[in-house]
Design a protein around this ligand. Sequence first.
Ligand SMILES: Nc1ncnc2c1ncn2[C@@H]1O[C@H](COP(=O)(O)OP(=O)(O)O)[C@@H](O)[C@H]1O
Ligand SMILES: [Mg+2]
Length: 249
Amino acid sequence: MSTPLIDIRGVTKTYMSGSVETRVLHGIDLQVARGDFVSIMGQSGSGKSTLMNILGCLDQATGGTYLLDGTDTRSLSRAQLADIRNRSIGFVFQSFNLIKRMSVAENVALPLIYAGSSRGKAHARALVELERVGLAGLAKRTPSQLSGGQQQRVAIARALATDPPMLLADEPTGNLDTQTSDDIMNSFRQLNKERGITIVLVTHEADVAAYSQRLVRLKDGRVLYDGPAAEGLRQLAASPHLPSPEVPA
Ligand SMILES: Nc1ncnc2c1ncn2[C@@H]1O[C@H](COP(=O)(O)OP(=O)(O)O)[C@@H](O)[C@H]1O
Ligand SMILES: [Mg+2]
């Protein structure tokens, strides 16, 4: 078997505020192969964003191991982590996180400029990515002149500008209406199928998770389910309100 793109074993995360410890992840195992399309679901506070921040090398685990494409992330310096983030991972957020005073094209070009491209090359590449998400005609506008769905497309183009193998998306449709959310999810599906981009996406909504092949459900910092999305969503629909076993009936 080839090396998984993501290979985490026994990952724990404890936040310290003053002398108060909050243990958020209690030993997560997760392997994601190249070309996978995985949704992560779980109640608010179950640790989804904490896990995504670790996967994205924005934060480090307290315990356990994280191999990213075979490289042990614990052995990397801050600079090396930043470099991996830039080259290997595209991020998409709920709130789009576009820079308001820059044009759409400048927003998409920015990661390339950070990675050392000339302005000219970065701009040309940005236009190619914008074309791919159907927004080439809007390159000169600013983000505030676009709809929410269009802004999220710009964010996707920006995430893909450096041609990373993997996209991490934390509730990317959380601020969008149902129709727009379906459009964005169709874009993710197309990126996965046609470009082979590995996608790990957090969502609250079963309709969104249904676009992925695989579902991981978290509960209180542990993996409750990891398997085919269709089966996981069927189980979820059958028992959404079951009290947890530790609560007496
Ligand atoms: N920087 C932090 N410091 C302390 N506690 C945190 C921090 N970030 C998150 N938490 C806590 O960790 C738990 C999980 O948070 P999070 O990963 O954001 O959950 P989710 O994304 O599933 O809603 C929550 O109880 C949250 O309050
Ligand atoms: Mg979250």
